[in-house]
Ligand binder design. Structure first.
Ligand code: 2IT
Length: 446
């Protein structure tokens, strides 16, 4: 395999799909050496096949807003790779959603799901519907209209969507209600992230953030460091930022910054429980601004137009969106003495930022390893649903712990360099790739 040739071919097939091409390039660069030691992969053209989605559904979603105006959005489901299990991955509702974004996310999901140790293929879906400023009734009508199209393409053994940016418990509820009505199937497993009273995993809302901190704990332990007393800057204030802040605080760290599209909130003493729980209220308001946090808590100060990375911190946790931490941000963090960056968002850092962190020799781990606890807990939710039982929070948390430890071990196994340094990017990419490639190889040419 030759990365430059493969990328040139992909750029020709998918012109302008920059996020997708960025995600593919990172994986190809990581696996090149290992791949070339496996002539059987080359013979079966595994890499040429694994970079293309199995199929993509695109559909029109028409709904009526509160003013009685007819609105039309685009809906998608990218079923990326089903070699190791039914398609699994979230739905993103955001104004910037397009096929390139969902292909990048579906591609990442394929390797991430392979890392979880559970049998799940990779998928992603969503819409360019913008939830900002929408009423609950508008969100419900949109979700219903979206499911009116999607329902024929999903199922417990085929494709199981979940939440992502702009899709949380409320949206999963509206989607599931409509699915059951259309499919006349009252099983509870076609979506994950469900409510506790209707088949949901009790720990799913916290799982991405909790899992991320369990991963960081392992990474720090191996490096002889600890979360105790460490200062953390978190971007975003959604479900993931909430779970990460909660677990980080529980483990003795101080979350001193959170941010939104409008600016950054600095909390020098670190967030307390009340502040962390307020994040959920802030997100549910659909306003997508973080400034009200500083109006409610006088210990906090709001700086408009600044990112979380402008705040001096030990550990940076991007928890919001892809490419939210760029080369300039990385330089600022490094100047301020940050010694660990763990992506909790998918592809949260640009290639320039990752390069800067790796060159500086600080601890860095990629989203597909760090945030895999979310989809892993979705996998546990699927297991509970098909077994018709429900595990306690403690049981799920123990399983989540075990899975994050396994992911960390896999990253160390495949990412250990000759000088003993762990390249977590390589480790995660190679570990995920080897599993999917092996599964594809054994199932023939299809
Ligand atoms: O990016 C992700 O892993 C998710 N949005 C969660 C997917 C899932 O199926 O729980």
């Amino acid at each position: 395999m030759n990365v430059q040739n493969l990328m040139a071919e992909l750029e020709r097939k998918h012109p302008g799909e920059n996020e997708y091409l960025q995600a593919v390039r990172e994986v190809l660069e990581s696996i090149e050496e290992v791949y070339n030691q496996h002539p059987e992969f080359e013979k079966a053209k595994i890499v040429e096949r694994i970079v293309e989605p199995d199929r993509i559904f695109t559909f029109r979603v028409t709904w009526v807003d509160d003013n009685g105006t007819v609105q039309t959005n685009l809906g998608y489901r990218v079923q990326f790779n089903g070699a190791i299990g039914p398609y699994k991955g979230g739905l993103r509702f955001h104004k910037a959603v397009n096929p390139s974004m969902l292909k990048f996310l579906g591609f990442e999901q394929t390797f991430k799901n392979a890392l979880t140790t559970l049998p799940m293929g990779g998928a992603k879906g969503g819409s360019d519907f913008d939830p900002v400023g929408k009423s609950d009734a508008e969100i419900m009508r949109f979700c219903q209209a979206f499911m009116l199209e999607l329902w024929r393409n999903i199922g417990v053994d085929t494709d199981v969507p979940a939440g992502d940016v702009g899709v949380g418990g409320r949206e999963i509820g509206f989607l599931n209600g409509m699915y059951q009505k259309l499919a006349r199937k009252y099983h509870t497993g076609v979506l994950t992230g469900k409510g506790e009273t209707w088949g949901g995993s009790i720990l799913r809302p916290e799982a991405t953030g909790f899992g991320a901190l369990y991963f960081v704990e392992h990474m720090l332990k191996l490096a002889g460091k600890s979360l105790k007393g460490a200062t953390i800057a978190v971007s975003g204030f959604g479900n993931v930022a909430w779970g990460a802040s909660k677990k980080a605080t529980e483990l003795g760290a101080k979350v001193i910054a959170i941010s939104g599209p409008d600016g950054v909130v600095n909390i020098p003493e670190g967030m307390n429980e009340e502040m962390i729980d307020y994040l959920l209220e802030l997100r549910a308001s659909n306003r997508n601004i973080v400034a009200p946090f500083a109006e409610k808590f006088p210990q906090a100060t709001f700086t408009p137009g600044k990112k979380a990375w402008s705040v001096k911190c030990d550990i940076a946790l991007p928890c919001a969106f892809q490419n939210e931490l760029n080369g300039d941000d990385a330089a600022e963090l490094l100047k301020n003495g940050t010694w660990c960056v763990a992506e909790v968002s998918n592809m949260g850092c640009t290639p320039e930022a990752i390069h800067a962190f790796q060159s500086a020799g600080i601890l860095f781990a990629p989203g597909k390893a760090v945030n895999a606890g979310g989809v892993a807990t979705s996998g546990l939710e699927m297991t509970q649903n098909c077994m018709h039982l429900s595990w306690s929070g403690k049981e799920v948390d123990e399983k989540l712990h075990f899975i994050m430890e396994s992911i960390h071990e896999a990253c160390v196994k495949f990412g250990k360099q000759q000088d003993g340094h762990i390249d977590y990017v390589k480790g995660a990419n190679i570990a995920g790739f080897m599993k999917v490639a092996q599964a594809m190889l054994e199932q023939g040419i299809y």
